[in-house]
Design a protein around this ligand. Sequence first.
Ligand SMILES: [Zn+2]
Ligand SMILES: [Zn+2]
Length: 316
Amino acid sequence: MRVKFWGVRGSLPSSLDTFGWIEHFEKLMNEFFDSGYKTKTDISAFIRTKPPAAVGGFGGATTCVEVTGDSKSIILDGGSGLKFLSDHLEKSGRLQTENEFHILMTHFHFDHILGLSFFAPHFLKGKKIHYYSVQTETEEIVKNLFKKPIFPVGFEHLNADIHFHTIEAYKKVNINGFDITPFKMDHPDPSYGFRVEKNNKVYAHAVDHEALRLTRDQLGLDSGLFEKADLLYFDAQYEEEDMSMKKGWGHGTCDRGFKVANTFGVQQILFAHHDPAFSIEDSWNHKKKAEASFAKNYAQSKLIWDFAFEGQVIEL
Ligand SMILES: [Zn+2]
Ligand SMILES: [Zn+2]
C-alpha cells in the first residue's frame, strides 16, 4: 500500500505570502554560505542535507490523501490538495487510462470539499466518480458546489457519471479493492475517520479529530480505527497549552496522538491538519515541542513519528 499526501494543511489553504517566501529564501541562502557551500553545483548537496519541509515548507493545500495498492486507488477527502492530484492525473497520462474514481468524504467543512469542483474527471465523458460517506447529505452538498453563482458549471452539465453511496459507521465495506471501515471522530458537524486495509497493511485516517477520548474505555467501538495501524494520519493542528481556549474546535495535538499511538500499538504516526496560522518556522517550533514531549514521556517507545508535508509518499 502506498499513501500519498496531496494536501496536509488544516481549515484553510494557507501558504507564506510573497514577502514571507522572500524572507525564507534569504534565510536559506544565508545558511548555504554559512555552511561553507560556495558554488552553484553545491546547491543540490545543500538541499539534500535538509528535510524537504525545511526547504519547501509543510505545504499549503488542505486535506487530500490518495491510497494506492495493486494498481487501484481511493481518495480520502476533497480538500484543495485534490487539485494537485487532478493535475497529476492529467500530466502523468493516468487520466487517459483510469475511468473510475472513488472519493471518501470524512465530512463537509470547507477545507475538505474545496478541491472537488477542480477535479477534472467530473467534466469528462466516460469517467465514473463514486462518492462515499456515512452522512446522507453528500449528494446535496456536491450538487450545491456545482451551481451558479458559486461555480460556472452546473451539476447537470457534468459529463461524468456520478454516484453517491452511503456507508455505515463500524461496518467494513470493500471499495475498489480496499477494506474500509468508518469510525466516529471527536469533531463538530459529524466527521468520520477511515480505517483502510489491504494486503495486511492498515492506514488510519484520523482528521478532523480533537481526541477528547484517548483510552480504550473512552473510545469504545472507535478504538477499532487505531488498533495496530501501520500508519496513523493524525490531526495535530493545535498545541496542548492552547487547548483550554480551543476546546470543542475539533482538532487535536501531538501529545494526544502520541498517547493514542502508544495505547493502540500504532507503528507510525504522521501529524497533520497543520494550523493555517503557522509559518514554516512556527510548524518547526511546534515539532520541537513535540520532540521534547516525546523524549520526556515515551523514551522507551519505538513509535516512528513525523509531521506530514505536501507531496509526501509513505510505502507500507
Ligand atoms: Zn479539516
Ligand atoms: Zn472539520
